[in-house]
Design a protein around this ligand. Structure first.
Ligand SMILES: [Zn+2]
Length: 243
């Protein structure tokens, strides 16, 4: 399996990969890029080398992708992180990678004016608007998975056949990266008190991965924690290549 360099860009490409399902089996490059950054920031370069080697994606360490990529090697990388690193460390790395992905989206993908407007809205309305925006771009993070979202008192995101945990088996929810991306966006644009938890997971045998974003029912202590976490991020520029 050496799909790693398959140039799955938005447009047409030479070589393999034709067929109607080709664009759907691709995922945004941040699922790889920001994971490399997170491993790097944690001083885990040797582990990164082994993870990418085991996932047959070594090439990406030297030349990180910049366009949509085949979701399968990305899944292999995420799953190898979970397999190779101690559980707490794997969670921390995937959480950081998700946060960095959120930072990238805030810096490059959501217009500043829209961000100002969202922050002025009541949380419930901002959540609904952000949910629409996320849904419109779900192909960038859900790949071939089937995405749906429901906004109400809380917001529920579902990814059926989530490619990043495809074929994985665990007795707990594993999709920390997705939860962390959603949480970063909600903390910045809806409420700093938002917590996103994965309440069902394909890896656990559930029908879909389900993420609940809740900004209303957090105990006070957790609120303080959430506030601290989202505090320092005020100017989301240059987050991607800063380190
Ligand atoms: Zn999951």
């Amino acid at each position: 399996m050496t799909q790693v360099r398959s140039p799955a860009t938005d447009g047409q490409t030479a070589g393999h990969g034709e067929g109607p399902d080709h664009p759907k089996a691709a995922i945004g490059p941040n699922a790889v890029l920001q994971l490399i950054q997170a491993l790097d920031a944690a001083g885990l370069q040797p582990a990164a080398a082994e993870i990418f080697d085991r996932a047959a994606a070594t090439e990406w360490l030297a030349h990180p992708p910049s366009a949509m990529v085949d979701e399968r090697p990305v899944a292999a990388i995420h799953q190898t992180v979970r397999k190779l690193l101690p559980p707490a460390q794997a969670t921390a790395i995937l959480e950081d990678a998700g946060r960095r992905t959120g930072d990238y989206i805030l810096a490059n993908r959501i217009p500043k004016f829209a961000q100002v407007v969202l922050k002025l809205m009541p949380a419930k309305i901002a959540a609904r608007m952000l949910t629409s925006a996320i849904s419109a771009h779900s192909w960038t993070f859900a790949g071939s998975g089937r995405f749906s979202a429901k906004a109400g008192k809380t917001v529920t995101f579902e990814i059926a056949n989530n490619p990043l945990c495809a074929g994985e088996h665990a007795d707990h929810q594993v999709c920390v990266w997705h939860a962390s991306v959603f949480q970063r966006l909600f903390c910045e644009l809806v409420s700093p008190y938002t917590r996103v938890s994965e309440t069902a997971c394909g890896a656990r045998g559930d029908a879909a991965c389900r993420f609940v974003a809740d900004w209303t029912t957090i105990p006070d202590a957790a609120n303080i924690y959430a506030k601290h976490r989202s505090g320092p991020i005020t100017s989301p520029s240059e987050t991607m290549s800063a380190h």
